[in-house]
Design a protein around this ligand. Structure first.
Ligand code: UDP
Length: 194
């Protein structure tokens, strides 16, 4: 897949629609994938934090989340096709999960927000099986959360720990999971939890 490097970050030349199709394919084939939707703040942060830059490089897709990234790619004469946000990808993946009865894991946000997200998903996507959830305020020195994800073996894990935690958490743990799409969704749980 074609990439455009902006300040050390290899952005994937991909549209929202193609990304959703690719993720559906990865789930069908039982393949693992890690998706970051990067905005200018993430790019700046990665340039000041080597561990974060390394985490970002573990992703399979890094999309342009913000007009600033699109503009930078245009200036470099390698225009990225469009903005692709974590929230939009999450909603489309929930639609697919509803049709295909996929298993999902919800990771992140405050416990009350997380409970509301779970209730809303159960209400609007009744065929989606929520195989696990954990709030985003846990001790990283214990591997309980990763163990729970491993045990639940979801098709899709939405990670809403905010940047840079969500990218670091996935990069640190993805090797121990068998399969699944791991999507960074930032503040999306706060929106879906209403
Ligand atoms: N969050 C979390 N654990 C943390 C920090 C943040 O679960 O240690 C959650 C927070 O509750 C919110 C989401 O991450 O639901 C996004 O947080 P923030 O707005 O700070 O990040 P951004 O959207 O700017 O990436």
């Amino acid at each position: 897949m074609k990439h455009v490097k902006i300040m050390g970050i290899p952005f994937t030349h991909i549209t929202h629609r193609t990304l959703v199709q690719k993720l559906e394919e990865h789930i069908r084939l039982g393949e693992k994938s890690f998706i970051i939707t990067a905005n200018p703040e993430i790019v700046m942060h990665a340039n000041a934090d080597y561990e974060y830059m390394r985490s970002i490089h573990k992703a399979n897709y890094i999309t342009a989340d913000g007009i600033g990234i699109i503009r930078a790619s245009q200036l470099m004469k390698e225009p990225l096709p469009e903005r692709v946000t974590g929230y939009d990808v999450m909603i489309d993946m929930l639609e697919i999960a509803e049709k295909e009865q996929y298993k999902i894991f919800l990771l992140g946000a405050h416990p009350d927000v997380l409970n509301r997200v779970e209730a809303n998903i159960q209400k609007y996507y009744p065929n989606v099986e929520i195989v696990g959830k954990h709030d985003g305020y846990f001790d990283w020195n214990h591997n309980d959360v990763a163990e729970q994800v491993k045990e639940a073996n979801p098709d899709l894990t939405f990670v809403a720990l905010g940047a840079p935690k969500q990218e670091k958490w996935i990069a640190q743990n993805i090797d121990q999971f068998e399969k699944g799409v791991f999507l960074c969704v930032g503040g999306s749980f706060d929106v879906i939890g209403g």
